[in-house]
Ligand binder design. Structure first.
Ligand SMILES: *Cc1c(COP(=O)(O)O)cnc(C)c1O
Length: 377
């Protein structure tokens, strides 16, 4: 088994794995399970500083994104797709599938989204039902400032769908202060449960938009409205994956008990970037560095596979390459959730230092030593 230091799925702590193995009741018929589900949803809402309702859906992160788009989009709706990364652009597909008309607002893929430029665009173009925003665009590690982007869109009455699958619980999110209408998260990134669940946090405005549709939602499994009144009716639209939800609850209990969660992610993120740069490696981005993942350019003369294979074979550590336009160009270190500990990162950077030196990449400093110095500073 490799130590996985990838930007999702991440390492799963033992208490989460144990929680997935406890005896199951019938989640369709046992009212205690409905209580447990609701309490878990409320815990997620409270950790995101909102009373907005959270729903846990039985499917991987992509289901949350698709459910948000399916539930809001009607044929002919104009939707603003903010694009400065691969997931950013990808939202246009969900919009089209459900009959919407995406307006793709493409910006520099090397920089965090320029909120002032967006404000200028919106002052002339704001006839959009909703906008899609990616919090951390994982293939490049791009972090966008949802604390400014979402309130700006809201000023024009534009609802927001935020993909925070690889940011939430590694980067701070306040759903109410940021005025997010549909926030989408997943189990397998900073939450550190296995893949299989997604959660969506819905504002009153988002619920009203679904209620006021002229046409029915064109999906069953991706229909957020299908959960309406589940608690009162003690009824779910489909059988809930109970073991996955037991595990998810343990993962959120871990998060609730962790008083230094965001400080630790920030310290690890910045010390990692400092170490790579001091060694002479190139961070892939110019701005917008997420504290959940660090992405660096592959040094000249090497391939992604050479580095990734040597990390696995010699050090038993799995890092990730990337995909789409970034395929073969960058290496990604995922330092979110259970991955984000001092010992995991020191071990990973010591191994990376060794691998790069074996391939004769000149490094100005020892990656792990420099990291530790910066982390403690
Ligand atoms: C991981 C991730 C998702 C979930 O989908 P995958 O199937 O794991 O790709 C969605 N959005 C972002 C930004 C992610 O990083």
């Amino acid at each position: 088994m490799y130590k996985i230091m990838t930007p999702g799925p991440t390492q799963v702590p033992e208490n989460v794995r144990m929680a997935r193995s406890i005896a199951c009741t019938n989640p369709d018929l046992d009212a205690d399970f409905v209580e447990f589900y609701k309490e878990t949803c409320e815990l997620i809402s409270s950790l995101l500083h909102t009373q907005n309702e959270t729903l846990i859906l039985g499917g991987e992160g992509i289901l949350g994104l698709e459910a948000a788009c399916a539930s809001l989009t009607e044929a002919g709706d104009n939707v603003l797709v903010l694009d400065n990364g691969i997931y950013g652009k990808g939202f246009a597909d969900f919009v089209r599938i459900y009959g919407g008309i995406p307006y793709i607002y493409s910006a520099d893929y090397a920089h965090t989204l320029d909120v002032d430029a967006l404000a200028g665009f919106l002052s002339k173009n704001h006839d959009f039902k909703y906008a899609t925003v990616v919090h951390c665009d994982t293939p490049s590690g791009m972090l966008n400032d949802i604390s400014r982007i979402c309130p700006l869109l809201k000023q024009y009455g534009i609802l927001t769908v935020v993909d925070s699958v690889s940011a939430s619980f590694g980067e701070y999110v306040d759903v109410d202060a940021f005025q997010i209408d549909l926030l989408c998260g997943g189990s397998q990134k900073a939450v550190s449960a296995p893949p299989g669940l997604t959660f969506v946090v819905e504002s009153g405005d988002a619920k009203a938009a679904m209620k006021n549709r002229r046409t029915p939602i064109a999906s069953f499994y991706a229909n957020l409205q299908a959960f309406e009144g589940y608690y009162e009716k003690k009824w779910f639209p489909y059988t809930m994956p109970i073991s996955d939800i037991y595990g998810l609850r343990a993962a959120f209990d871990n998060i609730a008990a962790d008083s230094h969660l965001y400080e630790r992610h920030a310290a690890i993120g910045s010390a990692t970037r400092d170490a790579l740069q001091a060694a002479g490696l190139n961070l892939h981005l110019k701005s917008g560095f997420s504290n959940t993942v660090t992405v660096f350019d592959i040094p000249d003369g090497l391939t992604a596979d050479q580095i990734l294979n040597a990390m696995k074979e010699k050090h038993n550590i799995m890092l990730a390459g990337s995909f789409d336009a970034l395929s073969g160009k960058v290496i990604r270190i995922g330092h979110m959730g259970a991955n984000a500990t001092l010992s995991n990162m020191t071990e990973t950077l010591r191994a990376l230092d060794d691998v790069l030196r074996t391939f004769h990449v000149p490094l100005n400093v020892r990656l792990d030593t420099y990291f530790l110095e910066r982390f403690s500073a």
